[in-house]
Design a protein around this ligand. Structure first.
Ligand code: ADP
Ligand code: MG
Length: 238
């Protein structure tokens, strides 16, 4: 579904990504881990062109991701951010319906109905007319996830979706992500939640020094970290 070839990204002399090669298959749940500052966010943002790669290629369903048609590709490859990025001046329902109606994918009535379905599914139908400021962090993040789902995406990218949450709210967000994974959603998740990686991912990838150092099923990833730098990393996060 997503093919990344020799992706490089530098910022003013700082080489962050030094040649990432990766293929993500339909239904994969890939957790990306690595030290702070190693380029995990940069990598996710290069996938949907929130950052322009310095060189290399990204293909989504066999089509190269370029500026052309980027809105269509972003609709199919939804993104969930650490800080939710809900529009504060719009109601929950309007947050969810804005993109599909603006892009002409749905009428307002159809988008409203879909938003209400999605909200009911996460038990937040009663918040449809609330504003983001009235919600807890866990509620905001679940609504941000549902907002991405409103576009019927083929894949979802998550950038540390639980890192900004109070500990008691992490579980409800991980639970929703787990349900999506079980439903077959293709997911790329940057996370420090090693329990989630172990339990839900089918691949765990360690990015370090600008490249993919390790790409394994979770059992092997955690049981036999035969890469020295991965061992050091795991000793700090586990
Ligand atoms: P991670 O998500 O793994 O913590 P990031 O992708 O955010 O890492 O950042 C990787 C490196 O690139 C860091 O050194 C960061 O300071 C740098 N960086 C990220 N975005 C920019 C930017 N827009 N301009 C300059 N440097 C940046
Ligand atoms: Mg980051």
């Amino acid at each position: 579904m997503i093919v990344v070839e020799n992706l490089k990204k530098s910022y003013a002399g700082l080489d962050v990504l030094k040649g990432i090669n990766l293929t993500i298959n339909k239904g994969d749940v890939v957790c990306l881990v690595g030290p702070s500052g190693c380029g995990k966010s940069t990598f996710l943002r290069c996938l949907n062109r929130l950052e322009e790669p310095t060189s290399g290629h990204v293909y989504f369903e066999d089509k190269e991701v370029t500026e052309k048609d980027i809105n269509k590709i972003r609709a199919k490859m939804g993104m969930v951010f650490q800080h939710f990025n809900l529009f504060p001046h719009l109601t929950v329902k309007r947050n969810i319906t804005l993109a599909p109606t603006k892009l002409g994918l749905m009428s307002q009535a159809a988008a409203d109905a879909k938003a209400m379905d999605l909200l009911a599914r996460i038990g937040l139908a009663d918040k449809a007319d609330a504003y983001p400021a009235m919600l807890s962090g866990g509620q905001k993040q679940r609504i941000a996830i549902v907002r991405a789902l409103a576009m019927d995406p083929e894949a979802l990218l998550f950038d540390e979706p639980t890192s900004a949450l109070d500990p008691e709210m992490v579980g409800e967000v991980l639970e929703l992500m787990k349900e999506l994974a079980k439903g077959g959603m293709t997911m790329v998740v940057v996370t420090h939640e090693m329990g989630f990686a172990r339990e839900v991912a089918n691949r765990v990838i360690f990015i370090d020094e600008g490249v993919v150092k390790v790409d394994r099923p979770p059992q092997e990833f955690f049981a036999n970290p035969d890469n020295e730098r991965l061992r050091t990393f795991l000793s700090k996060v586990l």
